[in-house]
Design a protein around this ligand. Structure first.
Ligand code: GAL
Length: 430
């Protein structure tokens, strides 16, 4: 299935940057460090990893709405570079443990958020749902993923992304005798074309540093195991040491053999750029990638194509960003102002148009979004939803870190497949 609305069939399946305040949190007039306190409405330090490129453009769009809605609160950009929070999450943890929280931070809905809840690092923001009229505007399943066992809600979602997408350059495909309209039933069918590209001296599949390899791995597990068994990897009902997982890891190993060798020095924008520039044929990346294509005026269907990772059609590999109110935030009123903008229809429309994601709110008008995003809105409404590992929905941060270490070791030649599988099984046990 192509992710384009051109035909009706296509929708059927349907480093630190600007950390200016780190040293002075707790300063400023009106500060109040009590839990869930008030005061500090004069500014807000917003901690994200949207530090550059299309991700920063998304953040900038949200800040534009924030400045209109809260002109008296100064936005302080606490973004830390590194895709998927690869550097930000460790730094955030150090700050939280040092009682030096930002005023609000980006956290993935699901298991990752639960980590912060369990560590008592973030506040219950249920009252803000009432105050801002948010109780009914998000899908119930999404609210569940930001809710603790006691029913308290701990963050406000800004968006929903899809992880299981292949991005391709149709010119590179055509030049190598591959039909850009080809539909691949499974990974094997796709890998036949990857082989053709490799033989022609073209980089078949671009990938970047470890987190993007884990991202690729999760889509391979999903393709090979199917939605139910993939989900079972996270609740203990699927055996990590079983033959199904071995088979998937073999596919992952083969796929990695089609990737660029300079991968470990790159982050996602460079890997996606290889496809944009025609230096690689395919890239597996979440749909923040569409913002990179669109930012460079590339058109879906002609300059690039997108389709679910072969073997995952009809499944939406889900993740959502959300924003929190940390315990001891120096500017809780500033944080609440930010959260109001994050949850607002105007904020969600502006942000998601630039970010490539779809609004978490259900009342946004799909026609305001790009052709690709309209397919994502439709898929999110009808596909089977599974949780992303690489982006905090499926498993706690400790599990993801252990999976990442095992993956990095394997893809850099430091372990064989059997060892890798054993290490993954251990990682999943926490
Ligand atoms: C994800 C995040 C997305 C996007 C991506 C690449 O974890 O949820 O919003 O930023 O990382 O950095």
């Amino acid at each position: 299935m192509r992710l384009t609305r051109r035909t009706s069939a296509t929708v059927a399946g349907a480093a630190l940057v600007g950390l200016a305040l780190a040293a002075c949190s707790g300063g400023g007039s009106g500060d109040d460090n009590t839990e869930g306190g008030s005061g500090g409405g004069d500014e807000v330090e917003v901690f994200t990893w949207w530090a550059a490129g299309s991700e920063k453009a998304g953040l900038d769009a949200l800040v534009g709405v924030f400045d209109e809605q809260h002109p008296d609160t100064e936005f302080i950009n606490g973004a830390v570079a590194g895709g998927a929070g690869s550097a930000a999450k460790d730094l955030l943890q150090s700050r939280l443990q040092a009682q030096d929280p930002p005023d609000t931070f980006q956290a993935h809905a699901g298991a990752e958020l639960q980590d912060y809840i369990d560590a008592a690092q973030i506040e219950d923001v249920s009252d803000l749902y009432d105050e801002f009229g948010l109780t009914d505007v998000f899908p119930a399943d999404l609210v569940d993923r930001v809710t603790a066992e006691d029913g308290a809600i701990y963050s406000i979602p800004s968006n929903v992304h899809r992880a299981n997408v292949v991005w391709a350059n149709p010119t590179v495909l055509e030049d190598n005798g591959i039909d850009p309209a080809a539909e691949y039933a499974d990974l094997d069918a796709w890998m036949a074309d990857l082989e053709t590209l490799k033989a022609a001296g073209v980089t078949p599949l671009s990938v970047a540093t470890t987190w993007t390899q884990v991202h690729l791995l999760e889509t391979v597990l999903l393709a090979e195991l199917g939605a139910e068994s993939y989900t079972g990897l996270w609740d203990g009902s699927t055996d990590w040491e079983g033959a199904e997982v071995t088979g998937a890891l073999e596919k992952f190993e083969t796929l990695m053999s089609y990737t660029n060798t300079d991968r470990d020095g790159l982050d996602w924008p460079e890997a996606t750029q290889m496809v944009i520039d025609g230096n690689a044929a395919f890239n597996v990346m979440g749909d923040w990638a569409v913002a990179a294509f669109e930012e460079q005026d590339k058109a879906l269907g002609t300059d690039f194509i997108a389709f679910p990772v072969p073997g995952t059609d009809g499944v939406f590999d889900f993740l959502a960003d959300s924003f929190t109110l940390p315990v001891g935030a120096p500017h809780p009123d500033g944080a609440k102002a930010w959260l109001e903008t994050v949850g607002s229809l105007e904020g969600q429309v502006a942000f998601n148009k630039a970010k490539g994601s779809i609004p978490a709110r259900t009342d946004a008008d799909p026609s305001e979004f790009s052709e690709y995003q309209q397919t994502a809105i439709e898929s999110f409404g009808q596909d089977t939803i599974v949780s992303s590992l690489a982006h905090g929905a499926a498993a706690p941060v400790a599990t993801l870190n252990a999976v990442s270490d095992a993956t990095s070791k394997f893809t850099s030649g430091g372990s064989d497949l059997a060892t890798y599988q054993t290490e993954l099984a251990a990682a999943a046990q926490g």
